[in-house]
Design a protein around this ligand. Sequence first.
Ligand code: FE2
Length: 145
Amino acid sequence: MKAHLLEGNESLSAEQLTAEGIFAAVLPTEEQSYRAEVDRIKGERGYIQEDIVELSPDTPGLDAICAKFLDEHHHDEDEVRFVLSGEGIFDIRDSQDRYMRVKVEQGDMIVVPAGRHHRFLLTESKAIRCVRLFKDPSGWVAHYR
Ligand SMILES: [Fe+2]
């Protein structure tokens, strides 16, 4: 996971992301290897549901889906993504309302905390496959800024 301030390009360390409330971890991407760790994180952080989401150039309506993610928004619960393959970019507001640009790749888990404004972009490959974890998926709605 690489991170920098979007304006000015100053790089951000794992410690700085943690200080900004961003949980990050690196896990193996074989299910038999990550299962125990994902279950532990679910138990510790109160996530009870899990699914897998995939975007690729073949995804119907991909441009419309990406446009939705690109509008700045927040959620009433954490946005948890564990990248099984592909890559993506989260722009997450810091405590001074600056965008922190975080690139996630295979093996990266990231938690955008509830209530934190952010947006999401695909990279040029337009492909990502992620495990999502939820406390209550019915409450996981985007509130646009
Ligand atoms: Fe989101």
